[in-house]
Design a protein around this ligand. Structure first.
Ligand code: SF4
Length: 319
């Protein structure tokens, strides 16, 4: 890890049912093993159940999203008990109190907490489409466009899980730097930490962010705000195997002069093994980190790409 953060200082918002609270309509929960058993070792959760918070009981009748007069309502299937405004107001309230969060994990498909693909019904009860956003989740995401957000189901995909956790740590790092009083030097230094990370996600963004920082016509405020938006957007783009290989090859170049023929061959084989899908990403990265220990390079030691989050999360072993 290129920056220090204690568990107590890394706060993630989460739908309460995902960490075992029995707050669902039928008094059940929807425990996420990753959230409860793994991520919780490194973060502290701030749990919210918007439906309970606005006064709905447990258990309670189900609610759904209903499209009526071009408006989305959250109500019981027969249209009664409309809680749209209450959920939106609570969402706005939570959004204003949670600027310190570094991520949010929503419960999928919920008319309240779903981040995307929420079912929408007609007043007659016909399923119209599945492109809704939970009323509460919408308020949180609109008020915090930089906030890394994911859903419990999607986090079972190791690529998506890795991407989310990497974004959470990058955003937390930014929050720390920003809170310490941003200067031009701090912004440039922060960017240098993320160069190879961005390269592995998107080469166009890599070039654009570099150009942005070189633009002296912008104020620090404008530049930093465009920078962090650009960075968080770039990190949302999945890092491809091809881009990882390109990034690994760049880093490999730093060690060429130090390695003998056998070591160079081994490193090439590890990168090639990853390129061909025969080895996980952790294989070439472990060797590169090993050489970094033996042949220290300050610039590389500061690269988030080589250590974006705690190793114990084991997120680069599966692909
Ligand atoms: S999905 Fe959201 S509103 Fe529904 S039980 Fe879970 S936390 Fe509460």
């Amino acid at each position: 890890m290129i920056f220090d953060v204690e568990k107590k200082d890394l706060k993630i918002g989460i739908s309460a049912c995902l960490i075992g609270q029995k707050v669902r309509f039928d008094s059940s929960n929807k425990p996420s093993r990753f959230c409860i058993d793994e991520l919780s070792e490194h973060v502290e959760y701030e749990a919210f159940c918007p439906e309970v918070a606005i006064g709905l009981p447990v258990p309670r009748p189900t609610i759904r999203q209903i499209k009526k007069d071009d408006m989305i309502h959250v109500a019981r299937p027969d249209g009664s008990g409309d809680v749209t405004e209450a959920l939106q107001a609570y969402g706005k309230k939570v959004a204003s109190m949670t600027q310190h969060l570094s991520g949010y994990i929503f419960c999928a498909k919920s008319p309240t907490c779903g981040m995307e693909r929420v079912k929408i019904y007609s007043p007659e009860g016909n399923s119209l489409k599945s492109d809704g956003i939970g009323s509460f989740a919408k308020e949180i995401m609109e008020a915090n466009p930089l906030l890394p957000c994911e859903e419990n189901g999607r986090l079972n995909d190791m690529h998506i899980r890795e991407n989310f956790v990497a974004r959470v740590y990058a955003y937390k790092h930014w929050q720390q730097v920003y809170a310490s009083g941003l200067t031009k030097h701090k912004l440039t230094t922060f960017h240098s930490h993320y160069k190879y990370t961005v390269m592995s996600h998107n080469l166009v963004a890599y070039r654009k962010l570099g150009q942005l920082l070189a633009n002296d016509e912008l104020s620090l405020h404008e530049k930093s705000s465009q920078y962090i938006s650009g960075l968080m957007e770039a990190l949302k783009i999945p890092a491809t195997r091809k881009n990882h290989v390109n990034t690994l090859t760049h880093i490999q170049g730093y060690f060429t002069e130090h390695l003998n023929a056998l070591q160079r061959k081994e490193l090439c084989e590890k990168i090639d093994g990853y390129r061909l899908g025969l080895l996980p990403l952790i294989a070439p990265l472990t060797l590169l980190n090993h050489y970094l220990l033996h042949y220290p390079k300050d610039y590389l030691k500061g690269q988030s790409y080589l250590a974006p989050y705690p190793d114990s999360l084991r997120l680069r072993y599966a692909y």
